[in-house]
Design a protein around this ligand. Sequence first.
Ligand SMILES: Nc1nc2c(ncn2[C@@H]2O[C@H](COP(=O)(O)OP(=O)(O)O)[C@@H](O)[C@H]2O)c(=O)[nH]1
Ligand SMILES: [Mg+2]
Length: 325
Amino acid sequence: MKVFVQVPCLNEEQTLPDVLAGIPTQIPGVDEIVILIIDDGSTDRTLEVAREFGVTHFVHHTRNMGLARSFRDGVHYALSQGADIVVNTDGDNQYPQNRIADLVQPILNGEADIVIGDRQTHKIAHFSRGKKFLQKVGSQVVNLAANTDLPDAASGFRAYSRKSLIQLNVVTQFSYCMETIIQAGNKRLKIASVEIDTNPKTRESRLFSSTGQHVSKSAQAILRSYIMFKPFVLFAGLGLVFLVAGLIPFVRYAILITMADPGNHIQSLILGVVLIAGALISFTLGVLADLLRTNRVLLEETLERLKEMQYTQATKPTSFTGFDR
Ligand SMILES: Nc1nc2c(ncn2[C@@H]2O[C@H](COP(=O)(O)OP(=O)(O)O)[C@@H](O)[C@H]2O)c(=O)[nH]1
Ligand SMILES: [Mg+2]
C-alpha cells in the first residue's frame, strides 16, 4: 500500500518546513509514504526548501496554473508512480499533518473512497460569523447537488483512493474541492468525514481576496457541476417557472376577451406568449443538455478504462531490455 501525500505550493517557503516535518513517516497498514511537491510556479525558495528536506518527487509548473490544475497534475503523477491513496494537504500548514493516518484509515478499511477532514468551521476563531454562515450554506448546496451529507465541502485536507481518482475528472479551472464532491456523489462513491482541528492561521488565503469573490466563484463552480450532472432538473424547473408565469396573463387574456366589453388586453397576450416561448426554450435546452450528459457519461467510461490501462502499465515492472542491434 503506497500513499502519496501531495502538497500544492505557490510560494510557501515560510511554512513548508513545518508541513513537511509534520507528515508522518509511518502509518499502520501502509508500506510506503511518498511526499510530492507540486510547485505551481513559485518564485521564492519553495523548491530548495523541499529539496533540503529530502523531497525527491516534484511536479513543476513553469508558471502559475492555479490550484485545480496543480491538483490534477499531482494526481496524474502519483497514479503513474503507483499510488494506492493520494492525500492532499496545503502548503500553508493550515491542516494537522499528524491526522493523515486517520484520514487514510477509512480507505484502508474499505469503508470509504474519499475522506474529507472536517475543519469544524463553527469552531475556527479567525473565521467571521458571516464566513461561518456562508461556509455552512455552501456545504448544504454542495450536499444537495451531490446527494451527500458532508459538514465541510471546502476543506482541502483529503484522502482519495486510487479507484476514486480514476473515476474523477476535474474540468473547472478554479475549485476542484466542490467539483470532486459533486462528481463523486453522483458516481456513488463513498465519501466519509473525519473531524480535525486546524492549526492557527499562518497567512491570509490567497485563493480569494474577499468573501464576495469566494461566494461568487464557489457559486459558479457549484452551478457548473449541477448543470453537468442534473441538467434536466435544472432546465425543466426553469421551464416550469416560465410556463406558470406565462399561463397567468394568457388565461387572463382568454377570460377577458369573452366578456361583453373585452377592451384591449393585447399586452397580456404578448407577455404570456413571450414567457411560454421561454418555457419551450428551457425544455428544449433540458433535452439537449440531457443528451449531452449521456454523451459525457460514455466518454467518462472510456476515459476511466484508458486511465486504468495507462496507470497499470506505467507501474508494471517491464522486462524490456532494449532493442538488439
Ligand atoms: N492561492 C493559490 N494557491 C495555490 C495556487 N496553486 C497552488 N496553491 C496552493 O494551494 C493551497 C491553498 O491555498 P490557500 O491560499 O491557503 O487557500 P485557502 O484554501 O483558502 O486557505 C496552498 O498550499 C497554496 O500554496 C494558486 O494558483 N493560487
Ligand atoms: Mg490556506
